[in-house]
Design a protein around this ligand. Structure first.
Ligand code: GLN
Length: 538
């Protein structure tokens, strides 16, 4: 039953990219700090079933949950802030809603009725929202509505919010995020876009309870009063969200603006006396008071895109803060290395990370970067495709297996060191069919990985079709590669290390997805530490 759970909705107006995800995650952090249990969900208005088949140009990074959902990257923020794992139920798209409704229609569940947007689509959206509340695990379910109010695509979601608000009264509240632009020529902050955006929301029957205003300058009292007056909210419900140095400052900025108190009051929730954010503040202290800095190259195919490697960037923030070291990421395009030398791009860095990816573009550049890291004993972390490239590099240049490759890149390679998983060979559909989600991995106690995780059995998230070909295990082991992590259920190689190298690790899984502020990932913490040691030796 979800009788005690409260539902909070976060909508956005004026423009996209205002940071609804960060506001949602910050709100969750504050409520957790008050002792409440919280989960966050994202509703995306596009028709794809999930973002798993979208390329990074379209949608940035695809995030993966423990239970194998391929999701919007905002779920990464939710986990990094709240430290609560998300699941299939935390990201729902219009495509998924329609698919569920159409499946029900085919099963005859609506027999005799015309299936319509209202009530059938909105009922299905409602069901998806309440699913999390009904687990009984949460005091608050925060639902972020993707897109901007007024978009055709998001109408059924906003309509559902209207219905839920009507049905639940003060057991739910709507936070509307808008932009208050500063017009340089006029020297003024402008409230009109916010007024218009609230009007659009009102046209759809939803009165926001709280308005959070993104701004580059502080909102004066009179600006807040003006927004309050035009938008039917009290001045204390107009919350300033000023540009922050880092996303991790936002929870504290929201605390100063009393966003949590406003929410608790609006939902008739007694306000707990204390707000405990001391872990968060300690993390921020370490982040803002570094004792040193390192430079780490991120070698990949999409390095020019801000969001393509989101979780990796954030995992470096956590791992850096954990060492009190600033990590300066140097984006290096694999194709640039391909056309030139690794030395040209990598001689000034203290660590090299080769990123996950798909397809052949840039592969030879990645392999060159790995060769450079191996030969020059520079700390190296290869993730997923990055690990596969490390194996290929070793096969070609140490084991002298000329033309060794992954079957993904060359069907006819004489040495298919990386091959399709047995289970993948018969798969025809693209969406949701990779090896997805968390799998076990047993660590070799002699490995560097074991010294970092400090336990034998770990669980990490995957998203790939190809894997290390077990036929080659022996020759690798005999020549200095430690198979440091093995999946015990299916006997798959999950981690490789080089014995004759201070810090060289390739992982078939994605450690970046499970790094949070509270639990920085041991591989990233260890990698930053190794980079620092390399720098000091230099
Ligand atoms: N393309 C590789 C595979 O499918 C690696 C995937 C990845 O890096 N996420 O196995």
């Amino acid at each position: 039953m979800d009788h005690k759970v409260k539902y909070l909705f976060v909508t956005g107006g004026v423009t996209s990219s205002l940071g609804k995800g960060i506001i949602s995650a910050s709100l969750a952090k504050l409520l957790q700090g008050r002792g409440f249990s919280v989960t966050i969900q994202k509703l995306d208005p596009y028709i794809n079933i999930d973002p798993g088949t979208l390329n990074p140009y379209e949608h940035g990074e695809c995030y993966v949950t423990d239970d194998g959902a391929e999701t919007d990257l905002d779920l990464g923020h939710y986990e990094r802030f709240s430290n609560i794992p998300t699941s299939q139920a935390n990201n729902i798209t219009t495509g998924r809603i329609y698919q569920n409704v159409i499946n029900k229609e085919r099963r005859g569940e609506y027999l005799g009725t015309t299936v319509q947007v209202i009530p059938h689509i909105t009922d299905e959206i409602k069901r998806s929202i309440r699913l999390l509340g009904q687990t009984g695990h949460y005091d608050f379910v925060i639902t972020e509505i993707g897109g901007t109010v007024g978009d055709i695509e998001s109408f059924p979601f906003i309509e559902t919010v209207r219905q839920i608000k009507w049905e639940m009264g003060n057991k739910c509240a709507v936070v509307h995020l808008t932009l208050v632009p500063y017009l340089k020529a006029a020297g003024e902050l402008k409230t009109k876009p916010t007024q218009h955006s609230v009007k659009t929301l009102l046209e759809q029957g939803v009165q926001p309870d709280i308005i959070v205003c993104r701004t580059e300058k502080h909102l004066t009292k009179s600006i807040k009063n003006k927004i309050a007056q035009f938008c039917n909210v009290s001045p204390t419900s107009v919350i300033e969200s000023i540009d922050a140095k880092s996303i991790y400052d936002v929870p504290l900025l929201m605390r100063d603006e009393k966003l949590d108190i406003e929410i608790l009051e609006k939902t008739g929730t007694p306000i707990p006396k204390t707000l405990d954010l001391h872990n968060w503040e300690r993390f921020l202290y370490n982040l803002n008071n570094p004792k040193d800095e390192v430079s780490i190259a991120l070698v990949g195919k999409y390095v020019e895109l801000k969001d393509a490697y989101k979780s990796i960037n954030e995992a470096f923030v956590h791992g850096g803060a954990n060492n009190q070291v600033t990590v300066n990421i140097k984006p290096v395009s694999a194709e640039d290395i391909e056309k030139s030398t690794a030395q040209n791009f990598l001689s000034d860095v203290h660590g090299i990370l080769v990123a996950p990816g798909f397809g052949i573009r840039g592969i030879e550049g990645k392999i060159k970067a790995i060769r450079y890291a191996r030969k020059n004993k520079i700390p190296f972390l290869g993730i997923c495709l990055g690990m596969q490239c490390a194996v290929i590099e070793f096969a070609r240049n140490v084991l002298d297996l000329k033309g060794a490759h992954s079957k993904e890149m060359n069907e006819n390679t004489p040495y298919p060191i990386i091959d399709l998983m047995e289970k993948q060979k018969k798969i025809e559909n693209m969406g949701g069919t990779m090896r997805l989600g968390a799998y076990n991995c047993r660590l070799d106690k002699a490995s560097v990985s074991y010294s970092l995780y400090k336990k034998e059995m770990i669980s990490e998230r995957h998203r790939h079709r190809f894997e290390f070909n077990n036929d080659y295990r022996k020759i690798f082991e005999e020549n200095g590669v430690r198979l440091a992590g093995i999946n015990p259920e299916e006997d798959l190689v999950e981690i490789i290390e080089l014995k004759n190298h201070p810090w060289f690790i390739g992982v078939q899984f994605h450690p970046e997805y499970s790094s949070t502020v509270k639990n920085p990932h041991p591989l990233f913490t260890g990698f930053v530490k190794a980079a620092l040691e390399h720098k000091n030796k230099k």
